[in-house]
Write a protein that binds this ligand. Structure first.
Ligand code: MG
Ligand code: ZN
Length: 186
């Protein structure tokens, strides 16, 4: 499948470990802790014209740890918290599946399904988009979808550094300067 070449560019974010502190099978607002640095990062990318899109594996739904409605309620709250800080979440996609419980699907990362769906729905040019994840499977999903700028995030409670090809250990504050200049993008 070839990547759509739409009009918009996006900053794709994994949720757990990038937007919020990773906690096993998190599904309640009370346990949701935003990663330090995520709001200013999103603000700066938004100023550069990137649409902010969340793509998250939520196999806790398939495994019965929480209901899809719990997930959606938390998602709605999360989007509202971004909005209160001036950041628009243009799309939020989740995979509720787990291969052992629901069989194979096209959306569970490292599959690119959620990213490709977002690309079509939001008219994105994935070749001008950026993805941040905290696991190799996040980056693999981006790679398969045709996103060239893939960043591996380090830090347990705050965005400490991000590794990009050619830019290892980058301070998140420097990312917009490195990645935000569309003139440098093929
Ligand atoms: Mg994660
Ligand atoms: Zn899925």
């Amino acid at each position: 499948m070839t990547a759509p070449r739409g009009r918009n560019k996006a900053l794709f974010l994994d949720r757990d470990g990038v937007v919020n502190v990773e906690k096993n099978y998190l599904h309640e607002v009370a346990d949701f802790e935003f990663m330090e640095g995520i709001f200013p990062l999103c603000s700066r990318f938004q100023q550069l014209g990137f649409w902010i899109v969340v793509v998250t594996n939520q196999s806790g739904i398939a495994q019965g740890f929480y209901a899809e409605s719990d997930y959606l309620e938390l998602e709605k709250w999360m989007v509202g918290e971004f909005a209160r800080r001036g950041v628009a979440i243009s799309g939020s996609y989740h995979c509720p599946h787990h291969p052992e419980f629901t069989g194979d699907c096209d959306c569970r990362k490292p599959k690119p399904g959620m990213i490709l769906e977002a690309g079509l729905e939001l008219d994105l040019d994935l070749t001008r988009s950026v993805l941040l994840g905290d696991k190799e499977r996040d980056l693999e999903a981006g790679r398969r979808a045709g996103i060239p700028r893939l960043g591996l995030v380090h830090g347990l409670t705050r965005l400490e550094t991000v590794d990009f090809d050619g830019f290892p250990g980058t301070n998140p504050d420097d990312l917009p300067a490195i990645l935000g200049d569309p003139s440098g993008w093929a």
